[in-house]
Design a protein around this ligand. Structure first.
Ligand code: PLP
Ligand code: COI
Length: 365
């Protein structure tokens, strides 16, 4: 890999940006992932030139050769992060260096070129600075950033591509769950697993999401919002949801979350909650938790809360869990106290209303 020390981003302003009044209308109640800003970032890579051709340009359709290898062998990775409007009027990213490093780790797993951290950060900073007016002003509003990279070599042989296209899209978002659902219901997938040891579970590659969709569709058919996957070996231990990590809260005030053993995504929200909880003196265990235990603990009252967490979903309480043999509720089905405390603490740091003692905010002003 050739990693140039720096690249200058060309700026090609959108000649026909969305008018301010039309933009304001689109920002009123944006559905997740449907409202896009005027620009996008792009950087190209080839084995012979290294990283080159960095630009911020008008968001537009791509033209690509149908033999581009991503279309055949799915060499694709992505990230998800947000730019927030701060209480003092500024703009900030939350732990973007962590996304940059995870993007590199995903690239290594998928045998793709690793984008240097400073280029990842600069592509995002430049795009957010240019499209800052697209950050909604609503309480849960943010600019969701979607860096991604595809294998762009025109070749049908099965091998790591010699060319890649890295891009960043920006999308104005509100709450991830429709109507800002106070709790979500979870379907326990029986027939499908998400990732096996040695597989791609800890990489953020599109393929992981493609294979989760049949299980997510099954969750919807069973009247649930989301699917939760069990481990692929014993089919017992809770891993994560299709697009979120999971936490459990017990009656002694402790918390637990599945450990990082290569099959789940190392969520940045997960890591932030571990840090926040421990700083508050809460005992948090990273340990396997079996679905049988979850069911038994919910029945006995030992388990009092459960929640899902991720960039898109922030912290979302889990109200009930459904399996073929029946459904069980958690803590009466409503949002739990510790769950809401974790969400408030996280959001306060992200919005700049609580002290940023860990240096997580990356201000753009
Ligand atoms: N797990 C999966 C499968 C995800 O897609 C996500 C979302 O990015 C997460 C967990 C949470 O990760 P993060 O907190 O970094 O957004
Ligand atoms: C995120 O939270 O950023 C995700 O990527 C989850 C989902 C939208 C894929």
């Amino acid at each position: 890999m050739t990693a140039e020390p720096s690249l200058t981003f060309a700026y090609e302003p959108n000649a026909t940006p969305v008018a301010a009044n039309e933009r304001a209308a689109r920002l009123v109640a944006p559905q997740f992932g449907r409202v896009f800003t005027d620009h996008m970032a792009m950087i190209r890579y080839s084995d012979d030139k290294g990283w080159h051709d960095a630009r911020i340009t008008a968001r537009a359709p791509l033209s690509m050769d149908p033999a581009s290898s991503v279309l055949h062998y799915a060499q694709e990775i992505f990230e998800g992060m947000k730019a927030y409007r701060l209480a003092d009027g500024g703009t900030a990213l939350f732990r973007p260096e962590a996304n940059a490093r995870r993007f590199q780790a995903s690239a290594r797993r998928m045998a793709m070129a690793e984008l240097p951290e400073h280029l990842f950060l600069e592509s995002i900073e430049r795009l957010v600075e240019i499209d800052r007016d697209w950050i909604p002003t609503s309480d849960e509003g943010a600019l969701y950033l979607r860096p991604f990279m595809i294998a762009s070599e025109v070749f049908l042989g099965v091998k790591p591509s010699a060319e890649y296209l890295y891009m960043v899209l920006a999308s104005s978002v509100g709450a991830y769950f429709k109507g800002g659902a106070p709790t979500v219901s979870i379907w326990v997938s029986q027939d499908y697993t998400r990732a096996a040891p040695g597989g791609t579970g800890e990489a953020k590659c599109g393929g992981n999401y493609a294979t989760s969709l049949v299980a997510q569709a099954e969750a919807i058919r069973n009247g649930c919002d989301q699917v939760v996957f069990l481990d692929a070996v014993e089919r017992r231990y809770v891993e994560e949801l299709g697009g979120m990590n999971v936490f459990f809260v017990f009656d002694d005030g402790s918390m637990a979350t599945p450990p990082l053993r290569g099959t789940i995504l190392p969520g940045i929200t997960r890591d932030s909650i571990l840090t926040i909880a421990r700083a508050q003196g809460i005992t948090v265990r990273e340990e396997p938790y079996a679905i049988d235990q979850w069911r038994a603990d919910a029945a006995s009252g030992r388990l009092v809360e459960a929640f899902a967490c991720g960039t898109a979903a922030v912290v979302t309480p889990i109200g009930s869990v459904a399996e073929p043999q029946g459904r069980f509720e958690i803590g009466g089905g409503g949002p739990g106290q510790l769950t809401l405390r974790m969400r408030d603490a996280l959001v306060a740091i992200q919005r700049g209303t609580a002290p940023d003692t860990n240096g997580w905010l990356h201000r753009l002003d």
